[in-house]
Design a protein around this ligand. Structure first.
Ligand code: PEP
Length: 254
């Protein structure tokens, strides 16, 4: 059984002070949570990561970048490298979030370069895939997400899969309050795992977490986590409220 991964993506929210306040509250609320039961990851804005790393130093909360550049350094104004993320305490990085793909024109090829660079540096990628509402209505969901994953993992050996999480995030469900039903999510997670079985050996695939994102809230986390192929959640809006995120982390086994 894979240890569930619950990750909070704060996006472009919180100043340093707001972020520190949020993490102090969260650390208190999560004090009783068993680190063997669930892995908790936070992706604050780059500007807060260093401060927050001190606050969570004695906790089981792990840090995550929201993005990275595949080059090690150089003339790339505004970008951040894998080594820079590691230097402020990150162990994870979100790659290919739909907001990056849609608003900043990130391609599957760029996502692949980022995945390879992150792994090479020792960061664990959380790779996001998902369909638009049009694609879902046209019956293209499975083919879209499978192709995104095939391209994201291009050139990757099976041994690396244990360090990767795939986040299925239907674009129509992100920040909209509309969630995929647990059955809808399970169908896509299962299809993603089937693709991995076609590409890699069984042990490697069994070590890969496939998590769900898209309006995850305290009132839907339990039924999502009850699905056999949902290994955790990527949480946007609700991760900005300490009580809500803590309840999501402490999801109940149905
Ligand atoms: C996200 O940003 O990855 C996300 C799932 O956001 P929300 O939970 O707000 O839908």
């Amino acid at each position: 059984m894979l240890k569930p991964l619950i990750a909070g993506n704060w996006k472009m929210n919180t100043t340093v002070h707001q972020g520190v306040d949020l993490v102090i509250k969260l650390r208190e609320l999560l004090k009783g949570a068993d680190p063997d039961e669930v892995e908790v990851v936070l992706a604050p804005p780059f500007t807060s990561i260093h401060h927050i790393s001190h606050i969570i130093a004695d906790s089981h909360i792990r840090l995550c970048g929201q993005n990275l550049h595949w080059e090690k350094g150089g003339a790339y104004t505004g970008e951040v490298s894998a080594d820079m993320l590691i230097s402020v305490g990150c162990r994870y990085v979100i790659i290919g979030h739909s907001e990056r793909r849609e608003l900043f024109k990130e391609t599957d090829e760029m996502v692949n370069k980022k995945v390879l660079a992150a792994l090479k540096a020792g960061l664990r990628p959380i790779i996001c895939v998902g369909e638009t509402l049009d694609e879902r209505e046209l019956g293209k969901t499975i083919s879209k997400v499978q192709l995104q994953i095939k391209k994201a993992l291009s050139g990757l050996a099976g041994g690396a899969l244990k360090d990767i999480a795939i986040a299925y995030e239907p674009i129509w469900a992100i920040g909209t309050g509309r969630t995929a039903t647990p059955q809808m999510a399970e169908e896509v997670h299962n299809a993603l795992r089937e693709l991995l079985f076609e590409l890699y050996d069984t042990d490697s695939v069994k070590s890969t977490r496939v998590i769900y994102g898209g309006s995850v809230k305290p009132d839907n986390i339990d039924s999502l986590m009850a699905q056999p192929n949902i290994d955790g959640a990527l949480v946007g809006g609700a991760s900005l409220k300490a009580e809500d995120f803590a309840r999501i982390v402490k999801f109940r086994h149905l």
